[in-house]
Design a protein around this ligand. Sequence first.
Ligand code: NAD
Ligand code: G6P
Ligand code: MN
Length: 445
Amino acid sequence: MSKKNAIVICGGGSTYTPGIVLMLLKERDRFPIKSIMLYDNLAERQEPIAQACEILVRERAPEVAFGYTTDPETAFTGVDFALAHIRVGLYAMREKDEKIPLKYGVLGQETCGPGGIAYGMRSIGGVLEILDYMEKYSPDAWMLNYSNPAAIVAEACRVLRPNSKIINICDMPVDLMEKMADMCGVDVHGLQYSYYGLNHFGWWSKVYDKDGNDLMPEIKRHMAKNGFADGIVHEEGKEQHIDESWVHTYEKARDVWAVDPETIPNTYLKYYLFPDYVVETSNPEYTRTNEVMDGREKQVFSAAREMIAKGTAEDCGFEADEHATYIVDLACALAENTMERFLLIVPNEGCIENFDPTAMVEVPCIVGRNGYEKICQGKIPQFQKGMMEEQVAVEKLVVEAWIEGSYQKLWQAITLSKTVPSAKVAKLILDDLIEANKGYWPELH
Ligand code: NAD
Ligand code: G6P
Ligand code: MN
């Protein structure tokens, strides 16, 4: 009989918490759990989500202990896994990350360009804080982190907590592989693939089905016509990204793919390869954050309130989408030694032969009880190497700026971002961001 796991979800008030709780309950045959604890540093944000999840767990899995807290010791004592999805500064700050660069004609995005850099400067301290709590109260636990911007957070952990049991992971490649599998009419499970890049900045170079059949020709046919849009699943509750802006991103992948038709790109490359298009099609008054606040946030919190008012989870408005699946899959791989393949954000150390060994790269890994083993990706082409070198320098400069409190390095980071036209514009944006992030960023000098 497998061991039963104790889970803490960090960022209990996140819009993704209900989906993860649902998925943990659904999958408990293969990933047995004894307890779920929610932890957040903002009680009023967490309260409705936690109360609704409490009803849900009580009705569907009474044998699973459930609790919620803002006290780190209560949260992190006796846990096997910490699943982390915090957002330092909440949507109010995400909105500023998006809108400030747009004032200067530069794209505003959660994890890319100046907005992603600003978020990184807030997120590093928050993730280190929960990692330290976990290590203090449960030194053997694993942290599975998907708090963004994952690339910058991962680099900060590499430098500042090199021995910590933290694995950084993103759901975008999972979502895109489901779409590729769907285009080809095969099951996503057992897909074999080669992929190299940074987080939100990578390419598939090979994709085979579980029997080793090459899927690239079929995927390329779809990419040439509609990008990833052909892989969108129109079944209720199946698709994580249904909003119109996401559908455009999937379609735009056709143009992103055309820049290098030998590989299949991550959708996030649109921000680096077509920044002018992104700015032209953005509304500086109404950005993705506004869409999320009017959509997912309202939906999740009103579903929670409804459950609390009714006192039952019978017609539960929560959904477990694929975002939740991969986190449970990863925890399960570590707990049950499944030796499955995952795309993880890990130190390069030669995995991409002709690339900085100290970079945090996104590559396929085999995961089991003793952690992960990288699958060597060999040499990558000049085009991707050039783009990645520029972007990894941005990410490293942000982490150095955070550690040293260096204005100069942060200015260099923003200047170097492919999304920013000049050092002059970078400085204007930086000075605005400093003002907006008072109390969140370290003092810069
Ligand atoms: P959200 O604002 O709804 O939730 C974040 C929660 O974190 C809030 O309740 C907030 O109070 C809490 N929080 C902030 N700082 C904290 C701290 N120091 N300690 C404890 N709790 C803290 O955000 P969301 O839209 O649900 O997204 C949550 C996070 O997940 C974001 O970072 C988002 O970018 C990330 N995310 C990552 C992926 C991925 O692919 N890696 C996918 C989806 C979401
Ligand atoms: C994808 C990315 C995440 C990102 C999310 C944003 O899933 O992999 O890293 O946080 O999209 O989605 P949102 O709906 O909040 O704009
Ligand atoms: Mn991601």
